[in-house]
Design a binder for this molecule. Structure first.
Ligand SMILES: [Zn+2]
Ligand SMILES: [Zn+2]
Length: 138
């Protein structure tokens, strides 16, 4: 009887340990993945697009490249298509601005929506199109 309960205790300890280890591994892996992913899309976007802010046109070189950020057009950081269609390079200031505008737009549409009228359609690809046109021309 004593042996059995000891075995049970050991079994429980193993289960708890391995669960905890597994959890820690999962957390660590998730953290690694997300770091790698953030790093990944930033590098891809910087390779894909000229190092110019898409709003104010400020140019960046390797000395201040840190101030050029990758903005997600649909504001979903998990949406990272390989063609870069959801990315836009913005300087810190314009990036802030962009998110501020989005917040205000969200607030505005919920406050001013009357009689179920739809808010004006936002076209996230308009900027990209003009950027691509410019690239094609140059
Ligand atoms: Zn800018
Ligand atoms: Zn953003």
């Amino acid at each position: 009887m004593a042996r059995l309960s000891q075995a049970t205790a050991i079994y429980k300890a193993i289960m708890m340990t391995s669960d905890k280890d597994r959890l820690e591994q999962l957390v660590a892996a998730a953290r690694r993945d997300s770091d790698a992913r953030d790093q990944g899309y930033r590098e891809q976007a910087l390779k894909m697009y000229p190092h110019i802010c898409g709003r104010c046109g400020r140019e960046f070189d390797r000395h201040n490249l840190r101030e050029l950020t990758v903005h997600h057009r649909d504001h979903n950081h998990d949406n990272n298509p390989a063609d870069g269609s959801n990315w836009e390079l913005l300087c810190l200031y314009c990036h802030d601005n962009e998110h501020q505008r989005q917040l205000e737009a969200n607030n505005g549409s919920s406050v001013t929506a009357e009689g179920g009228s739809k808010p004006a359609t936002f076209s996230p690809f308009a900027g990209l199109r003009s950027l691509q046109d410019k690239q094609n021309r140059d």
